[in-house]
Design a protein around this ligand. Structure first.
Ligand SMILES: Nc1ncnc2c1ncn2[C@@H]1O[C@H](COP(=O)(O)OP(=O)(O)O)[C@@H](O)[C@H]1O
Ligand SMILES: O=C(O)[C@@H](O)C(=O)COP(=O)(O)O
Length: 419
C-alpha cells in the first residue's frame, strides 16, 4: 500500500481529529506519536503527531521538518499541515513559521490556510473565523490558557506570523465551486501571495476547496478541509475502497476521564458528569504541587475505578482561577504543573487496570500520551465529530483524545455508553 497523504499535526487531539476524518472518508490512517525512527507502517495516510503548538517557533519548525523528511522518505504524494480549527497560535507562531518551512522544503510557493470545520461550528466568512454564532475572539478562545485568540481576522493573524503575503478566497468565489476556486488560487499565487485564507461555511465548500487543491504539494488547515482529499486520490485511481477502516480490538478494563482543558465545552461536560459518575476536581490553586495533587487523586480513585462506569478527574478551571494560578506560577509553569499531574495520574491508573481512558485537552493529551509511551494510535469509531476511540500501541489500551472544545455536554458518558 503506497503512502498517499503525509500529515504533520501540531497536537495529539488534532492528529486524531484529522485521522478520524480521513478514515471516515475512506482512507486507512495511522497516527504516530512524534517523529518515527525506522520504516513507517502501511497506511494510505500517516499522521505524525507533534506537541508543537505552544513551543518556541524554532523548535516547532525543526520538529515539523524532521516529520516531513520521514513522510517524504516514505513516498508521501501530498503533505497536510494540521493545526487547530480555532487557529490556536500566538503572534510569534507557530502556524506561519512551520508552513513557511514546509513550503520551502517542498520547493513550493503557495498553500491554502483553511481551519474551517462547519460540523463543529467553525466557519470562515470574509476571512473571519466564527465558532458557532460568535467571532473567534468572543467565543471563549480569547481566554485560552496558552494561546488566547483575540483577533478573528485570519488574514491579519497569519500575516503577523509570516513574511509571505496572505490573500483571501472569499465566500462568493468558494460558492462557485472547484474550477473558480482554483482560478482564484492561481491568481493569488501569481500576485506573489504565499497563502490564501479560504472562506468556508459548509462541507460542500470544503469538498470544493479540497478538489481545487488536488495538485498542491502542501495543504494547511483543520481536519475539515481534509474531507475532500480522499476523493482526489480516488479520482486519480490511487485509493481503492476500504470497507473496514475503523475496526478496533475489543475494549477492556476500567474507564476513566482525565480533563486538563479549560474550554467552555469541557467545563460543561464536567458539570453534566457530576450528576452521574464520580468526579474529582483538583484544586491547583490551593495545592500548587504535583506530587500532592497526584497523591490526592490516586487516593480518591483507589476504590472507584470500575469496568462499568467511568470516573472523572479534572484540573480544569474557570478563566479567573486559571488566571490566578498563572499569576502565582507563570503561564508555562502553571500549564506544566497540571500536565505533569495528569500524566502522573494516567500512568498510575493505567498500571491499576484502566483500559479505556479519555483525555480532554490537546496539550493535556500530549502529556498523557507521551508519559504512557504510546508510539502509534489506530483509529476506531467516532464518538462525536472530531473525536474517535483509538487503540494505543504498544500499550493495548483504548484512548480517546478529545479536543477541549469538541463534544456534546454528555460526551464523558456517551463515550463509554457502548463500551
Ligand atoms: N486550573 C488550571 N490553571 C491553569 N492552567 C490550567 C488549569 N487546568 C489546566 N490548565 C492548563 O491549560 C492548558 C489547556 O490546554 P489543552 O490541554 O490544550 O486544552 P484545550 O484542548 O482546551 O486547548 C494545559 O496546559 C493545562 O495544563
Ligand atoms: O481542529 C481542532 O479544533 C482540533 O483538532 C484541535 O486541534 C484541537 O486542539 P485542542 O483544542 O487544543 O485539543
Amino acid at each position: 500500500m503506497p503512502l498517499l497523504l503525509g500529515c504533520i499535526a501540531d497536537d495529539f487531539t488534532g492528529a486524531t481529529d484529522l485521522a478520524n476524518t480521513l478514515v471516515k472518508h475512506g482512507m486507512t490512517a495511522v497516527q504516530l506519536i512524534g517523529v518515527p525512527i525506522g520504516p513507517l507502517p502501511e497506511a494510505d495516510a500517516i499522521i505524525i503527531a507533534l506537541k508543537s503548538r505552544s513551543i518556541p517557533a524554532a523548535d516547532a519548525v525543526r520538529e515539523s521538518l524532521a516529520a516531513l523528511e520521514a513522510l517524504l522518505a516514505a513516498g508521501a504524494k501530498q503533505i497536510f499541515h494540521k493545526y487547530c480549527s480555532t487557529f490556536d497560535s500566538t503572534d510569534a507562531g507557530n502556524i506561519g513559521p512551520v508552513a513557511d518551512a514546509l513550503l520551502a522544503r517542498l520547493s513550493s510557493g503557495f498553500a491554502i490556510a483553511c481551519p474551517a470545520f462547519p460540523t463543529n461550528g467553525r466557519t470562515i466568512f470574509q476571512g473571519h473565523l466564527f465558532v458557532g454564532g460568535a467571532l473567534l475572539s468572543e467565543s471563549g478562545m480569547e481566554n485560552h490558557p496558552l494561546t488566547p485568540m483575540r483577533d478573528p481576522n485570519l488574514v491579519r493573524v497569519l500575516s503577523r506570523q509570516t513574511e509571505g503575503g496572505v490573500g483571501l478566497v472569499p465566500f462568493a468565489v468558494v460558492e462557485q465551486g472547484p474550477v473558480t476556486i482554483r482560478r482564484a488560487l492561481t491568481r493569488l499565487a501569481e500576485q506573489g501571495r504565499r497563502y490564501a485564507i479560504t472562506d468556508a461555511a459548509t462541507d460542500a465548500h470544503l469538498m470544493a476547496i479540497g478538489e481545487a487543491c488536488a495538485p498542491h504539494a502542501l495543504i494547511t488547515g483543520g481536519s475539515g478541509i481534509a474531507m475532500g482529499i480522499p476523493e482526489n486520490f480516488r479520482r486519480a485511481g490511487l485509493l481503492p475502497p476500504r470497507p473496514d477502516a475503523a475496526v478496533l480490538p475489543q475494549a477492556r478494563g476500567a474507564m476513566a476521564v482525565l480533563a486538563g482543558s479549560c474550554s467552555r465545552a469541557t467545563l460543561g461536560q464536567i458539570g453534566l458528569a457530576r450528576d452521574h459518575v464520580p468526579v474529582l476536581e483538583l484544586d491547583a490553586l490551593a495545592t500548587p504541587d504535583t506530587a500532592a495533587l497526584t497523591a490526592q487523586a490516586l487516593d480518591w480513585a483507589a476504590d472507584k475505578l470500575s469496568d462499568t462506569r467511568p470516573i472523572v478527574i479534572a484540573a480544569s478551571a474557570s478563566p479567573d482561577r486559571v488566571e490566578a494560578l498563572q499569576k502565582q506560577l507563570g503561564r508555562d509553569a502553571a500549564g506544566a504543573l497540571i500536565e505533569t499531574t495528569l500524566a502522573n495520574i494516567a500512568e498510575a491508573i493505567v498500571a491499576r487496570g484502566t483500559g479505556r481512558l479519555l483525555v480532554a485537552g490537546g496539550e493535556t493529551s500530549g502529556a498523557v500520551v507521551l508519559r504512557l509511551g504510546v508510539t502509534a494510535l489506530r483509529i476506531g469509531p467516532e464518538i462525536d465529530p472530531g473525536v474517535p476511540w483509538t487503540y494505543a500501541e504498544p500499550n493495548g489500551i483504548h484512548l480517546a483524545l478529545k479536543s477541549g472544545n469538541f463534544g456534546g455536554r454528555d460526551f464523558f458518558l456517551k463515550a463509554f455508553a457502548d463500551a
